[in-house]
Design a binder for this molecule. Structure first.
Ligand code: DHB
Ligand code: FE
Length: 289
């Protein structure tokens, strides 16, 4: 059967992707940020899964205000990098896993969650920046992402957004779905977005280090308590875009300890300010079955 072996959490700041694409990672502004991902790149090389289930948000790129799915699962064979206004990022095409994605859609919908099924979608920085941070971006033209990816898009852009509790619960349903797939696949689940940031209005530039640290602590040790925090607390304390953090609870909900197993091991934890307008947070948890 397929197994979830680890979860990875990371911010997705678009300027990080631009720094990588433009060869600026060694500039003094960016050096400390990329240093925080050195461990992670080696860890992913040593622990390459068969599939990554990648929870992310689209920023009105693939979806527009015409159509706003709360939860959308990518069932396509591949996903092109999106053009977000400066041309598509020079990163590999993302290969999907249609068979596992279709199985997850079937199982999660039968567990009473409404999913939108997406057979065609371009993926924006919300998905490509986490991949770039974790996999690096060698200049070789034959560079590929290390494994297939199932994109799982969550609406955190247009209100109303899903609650932390619903995110944790859908994570548990995704775990059940993956672990009922009849093939020995090693699957990682990634939760992305955050941390505190606000891009608009009089509070633009808001960063709240205390909130971010407490979020990571509680998300690790007592995810049920973190899931009970209402969305308005995120917006007030972590800024209007800080609500992206609820996506981390989907990946957390899929870990063993919430489903009858042992507590996860914290392999790596990193926090850095600034990156563009955002505090960057990153965490790797390994499952203990
Ligand atoms: C920034 C952060 C985001 O999460 C995003 O989607 C766009 C911009 C920023 O900090 O600039
Ligand atoms: Fe974002």
């Amino acid at each position: 059967m397929a197994k979830i072996t680890a979860s990875v959490f990371t911010s997705h700041v678009p300027a990080i992707g631009a720094a990588m694409d433009l060869g600026k990672t060694h500039e003094p502004y960016w050096q400390p940020l990329f240093k925080g991902y050195e461990y992670s790149k080696q860890w992913l090389k040593d622990n390459t899964p068969d599939v990554i289930f990648l929870v992310f948000n689209d920023h009105a790129t693939a979806f527009s205000l015409d159509m706003i799915p709360t939860f959308a699962i990518g069932t396509a064979a591949s996903y092109q990098p999106a053009d977000e206004g400066w041309g598509p990022r020079p990163v590999p095409v993302v290969q999907g896993h249609p068979a596992l994605a279709a199985h997850i859609a079937q199982s999660v919908i039968q567990q009473d969650f409404d999913l939108t099924i997406v057979n065609k979608m371009d993926v924006d920085h919300g998905l490509s920046v986490p991949l770039s941070l974790m996999c690096g971006q060698p200049p070789e033209s034959n560079f590929k992402w290390p494994c297939p990816v199932i994109p799982f898009a969550v609406n955190v852009v247009q209100y109303p957004v899903p609650s932390g509790q619903r995110c944790l619960n859908i994570g548990k349903a995704i775990r059940k779905a993956i672990e009922s797939y009849d093939e020995d696949l090693n699957v990682q689940i990634w939760g992305t977005g955050g941390m505190s940031h606000q891009l608009q209005g009089p509070r633009a530039g808001l960063i709240n280090k205390e909130f971010d640290a407490a979020f990571i602590d509680t998300m690790i040790s007592d995810p049920e308590r973190q899931a009970a925090v209402p969305h308005i607390d995120y917006v007030r304390e972590a800024g209007s875009e800080g609500i992206e953090l609820v996506m981390w609870l989907i990946a957390r909900g899929a870990m063993s300890d919430l489903n009858g197993g042992g507590k996860p091991t914290v392999k790596h934890r990193f926090y850095h300010v600034p990156a563009s307008n955002t505090a960057v947070g990153h965490l790797i948890l390994e499952n203990n079955l």
